[in-house]
Design a protein around this ligand. Sequence first.
Ligand code: AMP
Ligand code: MG
Length: 419
Amino acid sequence: MTGLKPPPLRNDCFALPAGVEWTPVDAALDMLRDRLGPVTGVERRPLAQALGAVLAVDAVARRASPPQANSAVDGYGFAGAVPEGAHVMPLADGRAAAGVPFDGVLPTGRALRVLTGAALPEGVETVILEEDVTLGDGEIAFRGPLKRGANTRKAGEDVAAGAVVLPVGRRLTPADLALLSSVGIAEVAVRVTLRVAILSTGDELTEPGAEAGPGQIYDANRPMLCALAQRLGYRVCDMGRVPDDRAALRATLDRAAQEADVILTSGGASAGDEDHVSALLREAGAMQQWRIALKPGRPLALGLWQGKPVFGLPGNPVAAMVCAIIFARPALAVLAGEAWAEPQGFDLPAGFEKRKKPGRREYLRARVRAGRVEVFASEGSGRVSGLSWAEGLVEIGDDGRHIRPGDLVRFIPYGGFGL
Ligand code: AMP
Ligand code: MG
């Protein structure tokens, strides 16, 4: 299966239902979830190289964890329970330690020195903590009661052999690597890392560090989108800036389609004279103008370029980032083989007042201070400083709403999006 790629996406994979003027955010997301699928092949990787990779098949425990019953503490082990009252038990010779089992069977009525993690030898069912014991000459004294099985871990109590420990589509975390290793998995079948091409469009754009002529601005979207893709664990193909020139854009899209699995552009995605991204996708016959009931966000241009999905994001940096987070992020995840996951948000009291009209979803740049959600002073979609000021987004539903200070609002930290 190594290197084998899934079939290409269908040309109409981004088609929105006909006759709908503004598509609700959730309907658009449902479509991305239903119509997209993994586009990368499968490879095997050792655990040490698997952090952030996406499982291509379920991971199945090769062995139970723990593999055998063992002691949870340093102490003394014996058979059965002991009733309330004072007890004295003779000690058997030897001991059981982690990795160094006791060789033999413990006779009933005797106690054995056991250390944390030691496999329980035959005849040991219960362990008393060493702190609760007085050690004499060849015997121990302690007080009951103690239930049978106290201070021990059962075989397989964490994971049974053959159990699915992590499902296909899981993006592996440090904790996941611990789990996989604990059940004897040394190597995993994962999706080949998704390659994401990123380019900016616009005659007005120049590079920080370069001389900026009159009317020129520095490219803010490309560094942001590259970093976003990198943070999400993808391989970034930085295609640079492209002027508002159809031939140049066509050549760059061609190169991007060669080098990457998916293409993110910003700017030129509406229907104006200089909106060459949408014009070229339309020319290629695989273009959908997404009019989403969302603020901030102008039309998105979605399409395929030589079979590769293109997300034509708006040029305004705030709209570009919000659209990238809300639409491109989950779409990239699905293309990368990841299971669909809702961003993790929290309902917290608002530290602001806002009236919102019905009919579209809104995302505000926000952060939490003293347990309250603050929003950036200006909603202007060119205000890059607000993106950086913010530590997440407030999501305000499609209905109209009058939010007063203290009302609960849904705050989604950037981390809730995996950023
Ligand atoms: P457009 O969608 O190309 O019409 O761009 C909308 C607005 O976003 C214009 O004011 C552009 O100058 C600005 N813009 C487009 N691309 C970028 C970029 N990469 N960085 C900063 N601003 C941009
Ligand atoms: Mg432009």
